[in-house]
Design a protein around this ligand. Structure first.
Ligand SMILES: Cc1cc2nc3c(=O)[nH]c(=O)nc-3n(C[C@H](O)[C@H](O)[C@H](O)COP(=O)(O)O)c2cc1C
Length: 281
């Protein structure tokens, strides 16, 4: 999948199937997450892959606690189709949290603090800024194999409780969660502001591009399908440059979710198989 298409179509996919996600896919996505930059190249990230239902339930209970307050407030003060859609989709995730197959808790090691010295805001920015590029890479990597992914923080609102649930040492801080699973249904276009309304030239307030028409055409997300839907698509499906390879288990032709997908499910034998680029046959 071309990078521009990936960015245009990546969005918060909260409704996912309970079907398992192969560990190899998760690890491959995490490998790609590690390509991201970190402050001073410290690579001080740690990722906890949560698959255990009990652990998920404990994090889910935390999510529910905050959502009861925040979601209730949201429903009272927000209206409009888009807001209602988001609120309903978060509600679905909150209600089905234990069924989400994989939660990746993205953590950072060792926030550096000089005692009694006030820290400039840039210190916090540099510290937490070291986890979000990797989380974004993880979102994009997940999408490239047709997985649904959503970045969430609410289950971690209490650092102390989250640390206890995950048995994190004091030096490791949970920052955000990327929830992964095969998407239920299809997702439409996403609402974004026109570029000229948030871009300033030289100094804040000078916005010469304010009235510029957007060059991005908002369209439906083409890359998100469950693995079975992917496999059912005919070889001649509407793809510009189909990347097709043979299943390494049974030799059948495999049609991945998109051109750069590293893995796909074989429609004939149902097993996971890698693309040739990743060492498959
Ligand atoms: C720092 C951060 C925290 C977020 N926390 C949550 C969360 O706790 N729960 C949730 O459902 N979505 C959460 N989101 C996802 C946003 O709601 C989502 O990115 C936004 O609605 C845009 O969605 P779209 O890309 O599908 O348009 C978070 C996103 C970010 C960047």
């Amino acid at each position: 999948m071309p990078i521009v298409e990936a960015m245009l179509t990546q969005r918060a996919i909260r409704r996912v199937k309970p079907d398992p996600v192969d560990d190899r896919i998760v690890l491959r996505c995490l490998e790609l997450a590690l390509e991201a930059p970190t402050g001073s190249n410290r690579q001080n990230w740690e990722f906890v892959v949560v698959k255990d239902r009990t652990v998920k339930a404990k994090l889910g209970a935390q999510y529910r606690r905050l959502w009861k307050l925040y979601g209730g407030l949201g429903r009272r003060i927000r209206s409009g189709e888009q807001s209602v859609k988001i609120l309903n989709s978060v509600q679905w995730q909150v209600d089905h949290f234990e069924e989400i197959p994989v939660l990746v808790v993205c953590c950072l090691r060792g926030g550096f603090r000089v005692p009694f010295l006030p820290q400039p805001p840039i210190a916090a920015s540099s510290h937490y800024g070291s986890i979000y590029p990797s989380a974004q890479n993880l979102l994009l990597a997940a999408q490239s194999v047709g997985l649904g992914a959503a970045l969430i923080t609410m289950p971690l609102w209490s650092n102390t409780v989250a640390r206890r649930i995950l048995r994190l040492p004091a030096s490791v801080e949970p920052c955000c969660i990327v929830a992964l699973g095969w998407p239920k249904g299809r997702y439409g276009s996403k609402p974004r502001k026109p570029v000229g309304t948030v871009v300033h030239l030289d100094q804040y307030g000078q916005q010469p591009w304010r009235d510029q028409a957007p060059t991005t055409e908002r369209h439906h997300r083409p890359g998100v399908h469950s693995p079975r839907i992917v496999d059912q698509r005919p070889a001649t499906a509407n793809r510009q440059s189909p990347a097709i390879w043979r299943c390494k288990h049974c030799g059948a032709l495999v049609h991945p979710a998109n051109e750069s997908a590293p893995v796909a499910w074989c429609a004939r034998c149902g097993r996971l198989t890698e693309s040739r680029r990743d060492g498959g046959d």
